[in-house]
Structures are given as structure tokens and as C-alpha cells.
Design a protein around this ligand. Structure first.
Ligand code: ADP
Length: 931
């Protein structure tokens, strides 16, 4: 959920809470107000009822007075009639109705007393006459007038009081009124009189309708005497169980209505209804002023029996309640206009409404304040926490200062946590990156040995994609099949004993590549504690290349070692050769002389052979020296056939005596080779000697094939034999220096090594292999030269003897060398002077002029260069004509060039021969004669 949504949820919750609390309070208050309103209405209606009762009590007073009055009349009549006064007979013949203003004795003399109280005594003389009791009744009626006068005087609401005789011959009415004048004009008076007895007023008290002989209230009727609407209260007069007539009194409706008026409550309405549904009295005086009887329906909001007694019920816009009027058959209905009651009630609850408004406002303000001061900041805090928790740096909501520390603390906490997480994350990704870029394979597994992670180096090393490796047991992935059993046994043992030979140690093992290749690895396994699901980490290094490099290194080291041996041997040989040069020079020189001077041809032939062998010795020594010096060979365009022939020549005797047949094939069209012929000859000799030696003491045919041919830009020399061949096992090593399969004293093991270095120095190569018919075969491939074949030994051919004897000085501390050189020089027509030290030399030049000086380079007392320098000082021209003799072609030329100072440097290398000496003599001669 978005933080806004969360905050929104909280604030809507808060709003709901506020609404709930507010609504509850408002509802409670509204209920209270409604209840109070109802109470107000009830109180108002109660008040109305009270006032109505008050008003009605006025009417009840009237009723009580009327009741008491009628009771009095009745008692008086019954007493008078019961007293048994002798009834007087009316006068006969008086049939006409007579009315008199009393007191008059209708039948006799009027009563003197109370003469001012007069009523009307209406008599029908014809009926009264002769009736027993008439006189008594008339007397009693007269007494009624007196009594009624007293009562009427204080109660003006009483209109008439009267006695009707059951005999229907007399009606007494107080106060006086003229019955004839009051009755309808066109009706005979006797009918009017009789009509009186047809009224409810009389009928209702007759025994037929009033068995109980009780006093009754007669419903509203219009007064026969035109006094208006009225009600009557009447009672029967019963004497000795006989109904003798009726007494009663009338009350005017207007008088009753007057009594209902209640000025304190003008809106209050009271309607009194009689037993026949006519209005007896009402506060609006409608019934009193109408010219007809007002039915209750005209004034009531509902039918009377729908209005309950003693309790208000609302009908339309009026509240109505009924009550019985005591002592009457009447019902009084109290009417209160609803508008007034409700208005009053509303006014009554107005303060409560005000309280409600105030409370609502207070609540609203309180909630708003709480919302602003607490809820909104709290929601802001929540939103901040939410967004911070999600790592969003959302803007922090503005909060009141009181909340600022909280927000700050939350932000600080989150910042701290973020920083911690960041650094954790950085550390994690750093280590992940480190593992990812590690050159070693890093494989982590769980406790059961299942792969958890497989870094890119592991993917490359084992040829297994990470996705394929993860979850698989490591043993099945990278452990070779042959080792799996041991691996599983080791794992199981570790599971049991927690002891491992491997854990934490570097071990070298074989591993399996996805292709099935098995390769060497170095492995280190660590148990990891507290690294989640990772229990072990294995670091694996592929040793394939390292092993290859180590092998190559060992090989090179061996080669270097060989080379060093060769170099050591070379320098040893160089020293040896140097030492050999001097005696060789003598041998060569002396045999040359012998060859020339001997007159016996066989001796000369022998001398020739000795000289050739000595020459060869010299060349071999020079080859060693050249090898030791690593000098470039002395190249010239040579004919390989000649070299081969010469080599075989040298070896011919030995081969023959060993029973070896040599077969050569030397084709005519062959390119020349840029080569050092001596060195090449040495190579061929070496190979042929090897072949010869390979035969050992084998019986059977011994044959060597030496052939020369041309290849693609090459000249090839092939030397093959039908010997045992080179065993496969040693074929790779035969070119190593000092590798030999021959017994001590026979083989040195440097032959082929030297051969190869010579051939390679010529830009060629040697191949060793098997001859197709058995035996060994060596092929020497040399780059063919573009030039023509070299001419025969030019130096020798063109060497010309000098004419005359040239004065030559030979300076050499070794007498025999000096003498040999002198022998040669003298053969070439030189007059040689010998000096055996620098001092002798200087003495010699002081005494004689020399054309050429041959000077040994290495001599005691500063050597040849010191002598040279001194000669140059004394005789600069002579210094120009120096030839230095040296066997050291390594340091010699260098020493000389240092001391030359512009003079030509000429060197005669030991052992020397005639052509070299002749050439140098010629060269000095060409440089010009001495001045
Ligand atoms: P050496 O001849 O002193 O032993 P080389 O370097 O000339 O030294 O030869 C090395 C080895 O090569 C020999 O010891 C021999 O075993 C082997 N070899 C050379 N030439 C032949 C050949 N023609 N037939 C058989 N083996 C040969």
C-alpha cells in the first residue's frame, strides 16, 4: 500500500471516529432534547388540563347549586304534600286557564307573607276543581316561589324554578312570567299548557323513564318561554310511593359559558357536551350565542367517543382530552392548539438546542485541535516511517515543533539503518563481485554437499552453467567417476566424525570437466559457520596450465643446463684449443716444409698426409673456438658435394677397415650453399662416424648411404645406415649436449649437439628418423644460395712467390712458433730476423730496416700492442706494416683495434698456413713500399 493510502486510511479512520463520537453525542443530545420536548408538551398539556379543571369547577359549582336547589324544592314539596293537609277543591266551573301574579290565592286568598316573591301559578280550573290535594299542591307551590326567590337571588344563572303537578292541572313557575304572552300566538293556551307535559323536562322524571326517582339533567333545549338555550335539572316529587309531580330549575347556557372563560390561557378551549351530544357550554360561547342547539361535532376535532378521558390525544392541529363533569351526564373536552403547545415546547428546549450547538462546536474544535496537533502529525509520522521503510526519501510532512524531535529521531534511525544496510550491501556485492571475478573457481555448498553457488570461473573451469550446477550434489558434478566412491565415503565419514583430512588444507586432486576431460586441480575447502544455507566453500584452481608451464620450465631449465655445460665445455675447449694451436702450428709448418723439401716421393706423400691431418686438427680446434665464441661462421658459397667428398675422404680408411660400404649419390645440378665449409664438413664427418659406430659389433652387411639433393629452396644432405636405428625412447634426446648411449671413452654426447648448432647457425635444420628399410636416417636441410659455386681454393692457386728476399722481423716469445713462421716466410723468399722479446724486437728494428713485422700478440712485457706502440713512436711507417699473430680470435682483434690509432690491423691466426702468410705478405706489399 502506498504511504499516502495508508495515511489516508488512518485519517479517514480518524474522521470516522470523530463522526461516530460526534454523531453519538448529537444523537444522545437530540434524544434528550426530544424527551425534554415531549416533557414540555406534557407539562404544557398538564397545565392546560389543570386550568381546564379549574374552569370546570366553576361549572360544577353551578351544577352543585342547581342540584342543591332542586333537592331543596323536592324535599319541600314532598314534605308539604306528605303532611296530609286537606286538599282543597278548586272552585267548580273554573275551566279557563288562569294565570296570576302571585301571591294570589287562586282559589282563595293570597298569602300575605313574602308578597314580593311572586311566580306564576298556572291552573286549569276545570281539572283542578274537585281534585283532592289540589289546594295543598297550590300552597306548596307557593312555598316553592319563596324558596326559589331566595336561591335565584344569589345565583343569577338560574332562569326558572318550577313544579309540574302530576295531575296536569297546575304548573308553578318562578319567577313570574305570562305563559300566554310567552307561548306561540296561534296555539290555544291549553295546548301550550299541555305541551309542557310533553317536554323532556317532565317526561324524564316520570316513573316510566325514571324508576330510580333520581334527579336528572335534561339535555339542551330551547326555552319555551324564549329565554334562550338552557339545560334543566329536575327531580320527581314522590309522596308515599306515588309520583305527584316534578320540580326543577333551568340554567342558561350563556351563564355556563361565561364561567368557562380563562383569561390566563386564551388559547385553551373547553367544550362541555351533554348526553345527547349538544354543546352545553364552550369557551368561545358559540353554544350560548347560537340560535339553535350546537352539536358537539361543530366544535370538536373528532367524535366525542374518540377522545379519551383524562388524557390528551392529538387530532389534527389540536390536542384533546375529555373529563366527566361531576353530578351531570356531561363530558367536558379540553382543546389545546398543537401549534401553541409545540411552540411552547420548542421554546422550552431552546436552551438545550443551544447547548447542543455549543457542545457540537466544542467537540468540533476539540477534534480539529486533536487532529491538527496529534493525529495529523502522527499520520505524518506514520507516512514518514512507511516511506522510509520502503527506502523512498519522500518529503517529510510539516509537523508542529513538538513532533519535530520524533520525526528527526525516526529519520535518523532510518538513515542509520540505511547506511548500515548500504554498507552491508556494498560489502555483500563487493564479496560477490570478488567471487565473481575470482580466477579460482569458487563453489559453495550446503551441509549435504549440494551446490549453492557456482562462480563464473567455476562455470568456465568445469564447463557447467551455474543454473545447471545449483542444487546438484557436488560429487556428481566435478568429481571424476573413479574418485566418487572415495569422495562419498569422505563426506559420510565427516558427517559422522566431523573430522576431515581435506578441510582447510590445500590438496591436489583430479577434477572432471563436463566434456569428460580429467584435469589436475588444487583444492581448498573451508567450513563456513553462520553463512546461511552455505556450509562449505571450495576454492579450486586449475593446475593444467601451471603443470604445462612447469614442464616447459623444467625442459628449459634442462636445456639451459645443457647450454651452460656446453658453454663451460666450450670455454674449456677454447683454452685447450688455444694451447693446441702453437704445437699444431709447428706440426703444420714442419710437415709443409718436409713436403716441399723432401726429394723422396713416398716421404713427401706421407708428409702431405700428416699436413692434411694437422690442418684438420687445426680446423677442428677452430670450430671449437668458433662455437665457444658464438661467432658467425666464415661463409662462402660452397659446393656441398665437395664437402661430402672431402669428409668421406678423410674417413675412408676407417670405414673400409670396419667393413662399412659407403654409397654416395651426388647429383650434378645442385645449387651452392652459403656456408662455412669446414663446419659443414665436420657435421658430415660426425654423422658418418656415428653411423659407423652404431654398427658396433653387429654382423651382416654394414652400409651407409650419403646423398645430396635439392628440396624446395634447400639443399639436403641425407646420411642413412642399416644399423640398429635410434631407439624411440632416446630419439627426443639425441641432440642434447652430452647425451650419449655409448660407453665411457667412446661417446662424448656433444657430436649431434654441435652439429645442430652449426646447421641452425646456417639457417638450416637437422631431422633424425628411421630409414625405411631399418636403421637411422639423418637429414640436413640448408637454405640454397642464389650464387654460383665457389671457385677452387683461390688463395692457394694464386699464391705467387715473392721475388728477392724481403727483410721480415718475427717477434714471438715462443721460439718454435717463431721458427715455424720463419720457415714459411723464408720459403716465400723472405729474410727473417727473429726476436723473442719486445726488447729484442726494438733492438732489431734499431739496427735494420724491415719490410714487414710479424708480432705475437700475447707476450710478456705488455704484449704485441706495447711493442707496436713503441715502434710507431720510433718508426711510424713500420708500424703501418705490422701483422699480428694470435690464436685468440676472441679478445685479440678487440685489443688490437683499441691500440690501432688509425693503423691497419692485420691478423695471422694460429695455426697458420702458407696461403694465409702469402696473402698477408701480398697485402702489406700492396699497401706500399716503405719510404
Ligand atoms: P656420441 O656419438 O658421442 O654418443 P652424439 O651426439 O654424436 O654423441 O650421438 C648421440 C647419440 O645418438 C648416440 O650416443 C647414439 O645413441 C645416437 N645416434 C647417433 N647417430 C646414430 C645412428 N646412426 N644410429 C643409431 N644411433 C645413433
Amino acid at each position: 500500500m502506498a504511504p499516502e493510502a495508508e495515511a489516508g486510511r488512518l485519517s479517514s479512520r480518524y474522521r470516522r471516529l470523530v463522526t461516530l463520537v460526534g454523531a453519538t453525542v448529537v444523537v444522545i443530545l437530540a434524544l434528550l432534547i426530544a424527551r425534554e420536548f415531549e416533557n414540555q408538551v406534557a407539562r404544557d398539556l398538564e397545565l392546560s388540563a389543570t386550568i381546564a379543571r379549574e374552569r370546570l369547577s366553576a361549572i360544577e359549582t353551578v351544577v352543585r347549586i342547581a342540584d342543591a336547589h332542586v333537592d331543596g324544592l323536592r324535599a319541600a314539596m314532598e314534605r308539604s304534600l306528605g303532611a296530609g293537609a286537606p286538599p282543597r277543591d278548586p272552585r267548580p266551573g273554573a275551566v279557563a286557564l288562569r294565570t296570576e301574579a302571585a301571591p294570589v290565592d287562586l282559589l282563595g286568598a293570597p298569602k300575605a307573607a313574602d308578597a314580593h316573591r311572586l311566580g306564576t301559578l298556572t291552573v286549569v280550573p276545570s281539572r283542578a276543581h274537585g281534585r283532592a290535594g289540589f289546594a295543598a299542591e297550590a300552597d306548596a307551590a307557593f312555598d316553592l316561589f319563596v324558596a326559589s326567590g331566595a336561591v335565584h337571588g344569589g345565583n343569577a344563572f338560574l332562569k326558572w324554578s318550577y313544579f309540574f303537578s302530576e295531575a296536569r292541572d297546575m304548573v308553578a313557575i318562578y319567577p313570574w312570567m305570562d305563559i300566554a304572552a310567552n307561548g306561540p300566538r296561534d296555539v290555544p293556551i291549553i295546548d301550550v299548557f299541555d305541551g309542557y307535559f310533553g317536554y323532556d323536562v317532565y317526561r324524564m322524571v316520570t316513573p316510566a323513564e325514571n324508576r330510580a326517582s333520581a334527579a336528572v339533567w335534561v339535555p339542551v333545549y330551547f326555552d319555551a318561554g324564549n329565554a334562550g338555550l338552557m339545560v334543566s335539572h329536575n327531580a320527581p316529587v314522590v309522596v308515599g310511593g306515588a309520583f305527584r309531580g316534578m320540580v326543577g330549575t333551568d340554567v342558561l347556557l350563556s351563564a355556563l359559558s361565561d364561567r368557562l372563560l380563562a383569561p390566563s390561557m386564551p388559547d385553551l378551549g373547553i367544550v362541555v357536551v351533554d348526553q345527547s351530544g349538544s354543546v352545553v357550554a364552550d369557551t368561545d360561547r358559540v353554544a350560548a350565542t347560537a340560535d339553535r342547539i350546537t352539536p358537539a361535532a361543530d366544535l370538536l376535532p373528532a367524535a366525542l367517543d374518540a377522545i379519551p378521558l383524562g388524557r390528551f390525544v392529538r387530532h389534527g392541529d389540536t390536542y384533546a382530552s375529555a373529563v366527566k363533569v361531576a353530578g351531570t351526564p356531561w363530558t367536558a373536552v379540553t382543546l389545546v392548539p398543537a401549534g401553541v403547545v409545540l411552540g411552547d415546547a420548542a421554546f422550552g428546549v431552546l436552551p438545550y438546542c443551544l447547548y447542543l450547538v455549543l457542545l457540537a462546536a466544542t467537540l468540533g474544535l476539540a477534534f480539529a485541535a486533536i487532529g491538527r496537533r496529534f493525529v495529523a502529525p502522527a499520520i505524518g509520522l506514520v507516512a514518514t516511517i512507511e516511506s522510509q521503510a520502503r527506502g523512498e526519501r519522500a518529503e517529510v510532512a510539516a509537523v508542529p515543533p513538538a513532533w519535530k524531535p520524533w520525526i528527526d529521531r525516526v529519520l535518523a534511525l532510518f538513515a542509520e539503518q540505511r547506511a548500515t544496510l548500504d554498507s552491508l550491501h556494498r560489502a555483500e556485492s563487493k564479496s560477490a563481485a570478488v567471487i565473481d571475478v575470482a580466477l579460482d573457481a569458487v563453489v559453495t555448498t550446503d551441509a549435504a554437499g549440494r551446490v549453492v553457488d557456482f562462480n563464473p570461473a567455476a562455470e568456465a573451469m568445469f564447463g557447467i552453467p551455474r543454473a545447471d550446477a545449483v542444487g546438484k550434489p557436488i560429487g556428481g558434478l566435478i568429481v571424476p567417476h573413479a574418485l566418487r566412491e572415495a569422495h562419498e565415503a569422505g563426506m559420510a565419514r565427516f558427517g559422522r566424525t566431523r573430522q576431515s583430512h581435506v578441510l582447510g588444507r590445500r590438496v591436489e586432486l583430479q577434477a572432471l570437466h563436463a566434456s569428460g576431460r580429467i584435469f589436475p586441480v588444487e583444492l581448498q575447502i573451508h567450513a563456513l559457520a553462520g553463512a546461511g544455507d552455505v556450509a562449505y566453500a571450495a576454492y579450486v584452481r586449475d593446475l593444467t596450465e601451471q603443470r604445462a608451464v612447469a614442464a616447459a620450465l623444467a625442459d628449459q631449465r634442462e636445456k639451459l643446463h645443457q647450454a651452460e655445460k656446453l658453454t663451460a665445455m666450450g670455454s674449456l675447449l677454447a683454452g685447450l684449443a688455444h694451447e693446441l694451436n702453437n704445437p699444431l702450428a709447428i706440426v703444420t709448418a714442419q710437415t709443409s716444409l718436409l713436403e716441399e723439401l723432401a726429394s723422396d716421393p713416398p716421404i713427401r706423400a706421407r708428409a702431405t698426409k700428416i699436413r692434411a691431418a694437422a690442418d684438420r686438427c687445426g680446423r677442428i680446434v677452430r670450430t671449437f673456438l668458433a662455437m665457444a665464441r658464438k661467432q658467425a661462421p666464415q661463409r662462402s658459397s660452397v659446393d656441398v658435394r665437395a664437402i661430402v667428398t672431402a669428409a668421406l675422404d678423410i674417413l675412408a680408411y676407417g670405414l673400409r677397415s670396419n667393413g662399412v660400404t659407403v654409397e654416395t649419390r651426388l647429383p650434378a645440378d645442385l645449387p651452392a650453399v652459403e656456408a662455412d665449409s669446414d663446419q659443414l664438413g665436420q657435421v658430415v664427418i660426425n654423422m658418418v662416424v656415428n653411423a659407423q659406430q652404431a654398427f658396433g659389433d653387429r654382423t651382416g652387411e654394414r652400409r651407409i648411404w650419403v646423398s645430396v639433393g635439392r628440396g624446395d629452396g634447400t639443399v639436403e644432405i641425407e646420411i642413412a645406415d642399416n644399423g640398429p636405428g635410434i631407439p624411440e625412447a632416446v630419439r627426443g634426446r639425441i641432440f642434447e649436449a652430452f647425451f650419449t648411449t655409448k660407453p665411457v671413452g667412446v661417446g662424448t654426447g656433444i657430436g649431434l649437439a654441435v652439429c645442430r648448432s652449426i646447421v641452425e647457425a646456417h639457417g638450416g635444420r637437422i631431422e633424425a628418423g628411421e630409414r625405411p628399410g631399418g636403421g637411422a636416417r639423418f637429414r640436413i636441410l640448408l637454405p640454397a644460395a642464389t650464387g654460383t659455386l665457389a671457385a677452387p681454393d683461390a688463395a692457394a692457386a694464386t699464391a705467387a712467390a715473392s721475388d728477392g728476399r724481403r727483410p721480415v722481423l718475427v717477434v714471438d716469445d715462443e721460439h718454435e712458433v717463431a721458427e715455424s713462421l720463419a720457415d714459411f716466410l723464408e720459403l716465400d723468399g723472405c729474410a727473417v730476423t727473429m726476436a723473442h722479446s719486445i726488447a729484442d724486437g726494438l733492438a732489431a728494428i734499431a739496427g735494420r730496416r724491415f719490410e714487414v713485422v710479424f708480432c705475437d700478440l700475447r707476450m710478456p712485457g705488455g704484449g704485441g700492442t706495447a711493442f707496436w706502440t713503441e715502434v710507431a713512436r720510433r718508426d711510424p711507417a713500420l708500424a703501418e706494416r705490422f701483422v699480428f699473430v694470435t690464436g685468440d680470435m676472441v679478445a685479440g682483434p678487440e685489443t688490437l683495434r683499441g691500440a690501432a690509432a688509425g693503423r691497419p690491423v692485420r691478423i695471422l691466426e694460429k695455426p697458420f698456413d702458407r696461403p694465409a702468410i702469402r696473402a698477408l705478405l701480398a697485402e702489406v706489399a700492396d699497401a706500399g713500399a716503405p719510404s
